[in-house]
Design a protein around this ligand. Structure first.
Ligand SMILES: N[C@@H](CCC(=O)N[C@@H](CS)C(=O)NCC(=O)O)C(=O)O
Length: 339
């Protein structure tokens, strides 16, 4: 983490998110106003919005990958947040390397954008968050829909040869798969991570492993989830698989096998990793970095990642060649670009 002190923890779930039986029930997103031209919607304008995201966080990594895939650099600014201990908890920082507040807003912390939007706000300020740089407030942190807005409402601002990650005729199927990926893959890892009963843990574990088996089979004959081209769903699956392999797998519990034990899923992840927008936005060593929260409690057994996060050549491992192109009728193109 380039800004501020070392940052041992990425997510601080609050008491209200743990149910009586130990299950983790995620808080709803705070800012869900859609982007679009309709009444009350967020109008897309150059110079207005900025996306904040964190290297370790897959909810926000989806948005940073799609932003780059679609070439939205000119219309949507971006910044990777830092993490800092503040008043006994942790806060996302938005100041620069020298500690100067954000030039446009004058803020040092992400929660200041939340307070500006919701006076009296006391909850968790989370990534991803899109802020309005003119009004200096948070406007959208709806990670379920953010990439879909980039694919649709931001269309006029996409680069010329931008791929179609959300083809109209496939939207229903993509939405359905995304809704399934949320509890079974993306949030299943957090359901394991934040559970406070073994029963809740096991439930999430079973969902996750069953889902992996299903996806492994689906990818046996399909290069990507919907065939020859990358879609929005692939981005959502990729961001969790990468973190599972590099980090979660080493501390979430005991898995019968890791990503590398799933022939298709592992080759699929590497196939996606070779796409520049995926690779640029995947900070493998940072994801592996264990800041040593366990060590602070006095244990003599710091994790593998605590000791070696920066010595393993993850880029080399993820760049090992695979031959998934043979599954495609259009092997030279992974992205669907309209004529
Ligand atoms: N917006 C969502 C999810 C996004 C989320 O949990 N992001 C994490 C990082 S992966 C975060 O920003 N955590 C900060 C915190 O919990 O203080 C929520 O409110 O639950």
């Amino acid at each position: 983490m380039s800004c501020g002190e070392a940052a041992p923890t990425y997510s601080v779930q609050i008491k209200e998110e743990i149910a009586k039986d130990g299950r983790f029930i995620r808080q709803p997103n705070l800012f869900t106003t859609p982007f679009g031209e309709g009444e009350g919607e967020l109008k897309v304008e150059k110079g207005r919005y900025k996306l904040y995201w964190a290297k370790g966080c897959h909810w926000s990594n989806r948005a940073s990958i799609v932003r780059e895939l679609l070439g939205l650099e000119d219309v949507l600014d971006v910044q990777i947040v830092g993490r800092e201990k503040l008043n006994g908890t942790y806060a996302w920082t938005v100041y620069d390397e020298e500690g100067n507040p954000d030039k446009q807003s004058g803020y040092k912390y992400l929660f200041e954008y939340y307070e500006a939007a919701k006076p009296g706000f006391t909850g968790r300020a989370t990534v991803p968050t899109v802020v309005d740089q003119i009004e200096k407030k948070a406007v959208n942190n709806d990670y379920h829909k953010l990439t879909n807005y980039f694919e649709t409402a931001f269309k006029a601002y996409q680069k010329k040869d931008a791929p179609d990650l959300y083809p109209e005729e496939q939207r229903e199927e993509i939405d359905a798969l995304n809704e399934w990926l949320f509890p079974n893959i993306n949030n299943a890892t957090y359901r394991m991570m934040f559970s406070r009963s073994l029963e809740a843990y096991n439930e999430a574990y079973q969902d996750f492993v069953k889902a992996l088996e299903y996806l492994e089979e689906r990818l046996e004959n399909n290069r990507f989830l919907f065939g020859d081209y990358v879609t929005d769903s692939d981005v959502r699956l990729y961001v969790t698989l990468v973190r599972w392999e590099v980090a979660y797998y080493r501390f979430l519990g005991t898995f019968e096998k890791g990503l590398r034990g799933y022939k298709n899923l592992w080759a699929y992840t590497r196939d996606l990793y070779t796409i520049p927008a995926f690779r640029h936005n995947t900070y493998l060593s940072d994801i592996a970095h264990d800041y040593g929260a366990i060590d602070e409690s006095g244990t003599h057994f710091p994790t593998f990642n605590y000791r070696y996060w920066n010595e393993v050549d993850y880029d080399k491992i993820f760049s090992e060649p695979q031959n998934r192109r043979d599954l495609s009728l259009d092997p030279d193109h992974k992205l669907l670009v309209a004529e």
